[in-house]
Design a protein around this ligand. Structure first.
Ligand SMILES: Cc1cc2nc3c(=O)[nH]c(=O)nc-3n(C[C@H](O)[C@H](O)[C@H](O)COP(=O)(O)OP(=O)(O)OC[C@H]3O[C@@H](n4cnc5c(N)ncnc54)[C@H](O)[C@@H]3O)c2cc1C
Ligand SMILES: NC(=O)C1=CN([C@@H]2O[C@H](COP(=O)(O)OP(=O)(O)OC[C@H]3O[C@@H](n4cnc5c(N)ncnc54)[C@H](OP(=O)(O)O)[C@@H]3O)[C@@H](O)[C@H]2O)C=CC1
Ligand SMILES: O=C(O)C(=O)Cc1c[nH]c2ccccc12
Length: 409
């Protein structure tokens, strides 16, 4: 059991959690908490923000919709309402998360940023430090996500730029960029969708494409591309499925090469499985590229006071920059003394074995497979912890509360 005698003076209080500690109240944290609860195992979620699904509530743009059909974005045990459309909006997804949390009576502790977590071998428990409390438990479930921090690459000259520079996690709507020339750095789903949103608000996006990229239609002949891929994968080998997807993409979208969007040699699903790089599922950006409203630019050479220089020698005046350069995990900044994660904060063993570490450490939502991966992890973790839970002493289970205050301030 956890003990508080070695606490530092600044420590305010110390709490023993009889059950699992989950770090992060995004879809992954909620899903694993629900699955544990279904198995009769209590848990406590520590969330640094002030709400559930903070990525969705605070760090996404207004026009965002799920780009996979809802049946592929459902959390375990409690699905989307029937009246939701095939591709729910961001607000509908948030509403679903809220009702999911209330259905399972999940009450995260908000404004608890986990600053440090370490396994204490002498007590056989995890010590999890937030800004004002230490939490102790046998099980630590990491649910802080693959998108915990924005990636903001160093771009030569960007500090001299006169206009605003925002990351897509801060971008809400193109309405503030009306009639402005906006440099969008990056051409993943965020870069494409922000460029489209800028177009729809009469801004002039210039999108930097430094590498190859797979663009697929969101739907093929009325069926979601993702659904088609999943169905074909049940019968056909991956490489053949990729060939068929690319064939159908060429029929529906035409060749993307002439538009400056070269395709990788590896097929879209194989690339997603191997590297995690998500294919762009087109929701309209491609036709704006074809019509010249979104301008595709080569890689950046440098940013100047009021413009950008590109590797092909072009120069453009620009008014604002949107960094659509992706996200990264933050696990290495707080999880200590454990070699389960790479220095990039991803599990060293990939899906489907990424959910389980040593000494009661688990991870949910680090599969590079979106919410489907989350559902898989949550189910596995809950089954395993509940087996352990059932085999430990009845003393634990007879307590009225699963959160026990060991030391006050
Ligand atoms: C714009 C966008 C659209 C997406 N659309 C889809 C989609 O349509 N379908 C799909 O399957 N996937 C999609 N994804 C992938 C996305 O990662 C998942 O949808 C989902 O949000 C992942 O859930 P998560 O709980 O693992 O991570 P997150 O949603 O990022 O939640 C992690 C939580 O942990 C908290 N946290 C982080 N660090 C700490 C700490 N140190 N202490 C305490 N709390 C902490 C965060 O505040 C956050 O609330 C999208 C991602 C983005 C960025
Ligand atoms: N509607 C939806 O459901 C949406 C889903 N998402 C999801 O969110 C996740 C994150 O997507 P996203 O934010 O697009 O991030 P990604 O990591 O997918 O894409 C980042 C992009 O930025 C480029 N980039 C990075 N650094 C630089 C640089 N220094 N110079 C030029 N280009 C650079 C990358 O190029 P390179 O490939 O060369 O590294 C890549 O094109 C994905 O899983 C995505 O599917 C995002 C938006 C909408
Ligand atoms: O939207 C995302 O980021 C996802 O990761 C969802 C997803 C999982 N597997 C995929 C394969 C192709 C396109 C999107 C996804």
């Amino acid at each position: 059991m956890g003990s508080c005698k070695d606490q530092e003076d600044k420590q305010v209080k110390c709490v023993y959690v009889d059950g699992a500690i989950i770090v992060g109240a995004g879809p992954s944290g909620l899903a694993v908490s629900a699955c544990l609860s279904e198995q009769g195992v209590p848990s406590l979620i520590l969330e640094k923000s002030d709400c559930i699904a903070s990525l969705w509530q605070h760090k996404t743009y207004d026009r965002l919709k799920l780009h996979l059909p809802k049946q592929f974005c459902e959390l375990p045990l409690f699905g989307f309402p029937n009246n939701f459309p095939k591709y729910p909006t961001k607000q509908q997804f948030i509403d679903y998360m809220e009702s999911y949390a209330s259905h399972f009576s999940i009450h995260p502790k908000f404004k608890q940023a986990v600053l440090k977590a370490v396994f204490d071998h002498s007590s056989g428990s995890w010590k999890v430090q937030t800004q004002d409390c230490e939490y102790i438990s046998k099980w630590l479930i990491v649910a802080t996500g693959e998108n915990a921090e924005p990636v903001k690459p160093e771009i030569f000259g960007i500090d001299k730029f006169n206009g605003p520079v925002v990351h897509t996690s801060e971008y809400k709507s193109g309405s503030v960029f009306r009639n402005q020339r906006v440099l969008v750095v990056g051409c993943g789903n965020s870069g494409m969708e922000v460029s489209l949103d800028l177009c729809r608000n009469n801004a002039i996006p210039h999108m930097v494409v430094r590498n190859t990229v797979h663009v697929l239609p969101r739907e093929m002949f009325g069926f979601s591309t993702f659904g088609v891929a999943m169905a074909l994968l049940k019968w056909l080998p991956l490489k053949l499925v990729d060939k068929l997807l690319l064939l159908m993409a060429n029929i529906t979208l035409g060749s993307t090469e002439q538009l400056g969007l070269r395709r990788p040699k590896t097929g879209p699903i194989e690339l997603k499985n191997v590297t995690g790089k998500t294919p762009v599922l087109d929701v309209g950006a491609l036709s704006q590229i074809k019509s010249g409203k979104i301008k595709v630019m080569e890689n950046l050479k440098e940013i100047t006071r009021n413009g950008a220089k590109f590797t092909d020698g072009q120069e453009k005046e620009i008014d604002a920059i949107v960094l659509a350069t992706g996200y990264k995990s933050n696990v290495p900044s707080w999880l200590q003394g454990c070699d389960f994660f790479t220095k990039e904060g991803m599990p060293k063993t990939p899906f489907p074995k990424s959910w389980k570490g040593d000494c009661g450490l688990y991870t949910v939502g680090f599969t590079k497979r979106g919410l489907l991966g989350t559902a898989f992890d949550a189910d596995k973790i809950a089954k395993e912890i509940s087996d352990q839970w059932r085999s430990i002493s009845d003393c634990n289970k007879s307590c009225n509360s699963h959160v026990i205050l060991l030391k006050k301030s």
